[in-house]
Design a protein around this ligand. Structure first.
Ligand code: PMM
Length: 290
């Protein structure tokens, strides 16, 4: 993906939520200095880039005003960029994307895939930065009632293909569009697992794939206590790292996580595993196909 790090393995994107109400770390990084220190620490732990967002997308969340979102993210992005951290902005608003890029962000991550703001795709085209289009069916207040699919993988593939068409029609080069199945966005746990297992179909769209499983409720449900209590969000990082390794070995371009250190290790394991697999395939390939 042009304009972003290319380390020859799956990228690790660290999450900085400058929000009072995100589901797993809401409020922890509301003070700009704390958010910046957290982003810098994540780079030290192995993040290739840091994703800064000012709007919580947890089910049922109220949207902040444009002014509130700008005042949360722009100073943090400017300070992180000044510290040499590669930054993307997590926003559904074109004006936030515009001001974030002016402050030093080098990519736009939109959980609505450009659907929430009709000016988003043309704005990103003008800005000339990479765009991550996430599969989305509506704002947080309504999304879980839209989690209805006959064939979730096929439908998400079809709907993401439409986002690629829309992005390229608006002038974003296809080489700058990454896709994301949007785990938890109008998805049940069953849908999320089907999409992870169906990564091959998502990859067949030919775009880089980002996977955002970090600390999400489907991992809490998987790891629930025998009494049926979901595992708390802050105790889902080992499971997140396991998903990161599996996603990386399955061909993901990037994984987006709260706990960078565990996932950076997991991605290194996956990368070495793939290297060994390639060497093994080369060594055993018949002469004609070498
Ligand atoms: N999930 C959240 C927010 N932004 N962006 C992408 N590309 N993919 C995701 O799955 C995603 C996202 C949910 O909230 P969080 O910031 O607390 O993980």
């Amino acid at each position: 993906m042009e304009g972003l790090p290319q380390p020859g393995r799956c990228l690790v994107m660290g999450i900085v939520n400058v929000t009072p109400d995100s589901f797993s770390d809401g409020g922890a990084w509301m003070a700009p200095a704390a958010a910046v220190a957290h982003g810098v620490a994540m780079r030290r732990q192995g993040a290739d880039l840091v994703d800064v967002g000012g709007e919580s997308t947890r089910p049922g969340a109220e949207r902040p005003s444009l002014g509130e979102e700008l005042s949360r993210v722009v100073p943090v992005i400017a300070a992180l960029a000044a510290a040499g951290v590669v930054v993307s902005v997590d926003t559904m608003r074109s004006e936030v994307a515009r001001q974030a890029v002016a402050a030093g962000a080098v990519a736009v991550n939109d959980v609505s895939g450009g659907l929430a703001d009709e000016a988003m795709l043309s704005t990103v085209a003008q800005l000339g930065v990479p765009f991550v289009a996430v599969h989305w069916r509506g704002h947080s207040t309504h999304m879980q009632e839209r989690a209805t699919y006959l064939q979730v993988v096929d439908e998400v593939v079809t709907e993401l293909a439409l986002r690629v068409d829309a992005a390229t029609s608006a002038g974003i080069p296809a080489e700058k569009v990454a896709l994301d199945p949007g785990l938890g966005f109008a998805k049940t746990a069953e849908h999320n697992w089907a999409l992870l297992a169906g990564m091959g179909s998502l990859l067949s769209l030919g775009q880089p794939l980002l996977i955002g499983a970090s600390r999400k409720a489907f991992l809490g449900a998987l790891l629930a206590s025998t009494a049926g209590q979901p595992r708390p969000a802050a105790e889902r990082d080992d499971a997140t790292a396991a998903v990161s390794a599996l996603a990386a070995v399955s061909g993901a371009w990037c994984v987006r996580v709260h706990d960078v250190r565990r996932t950076a290790d997991a991605v290194q394991v996956a990368s070495r595993w793939l290297q060994a697999r390639r060497a093994e395939t080369d060594a055993t390939a018949p002469e004609v196909t070498r």
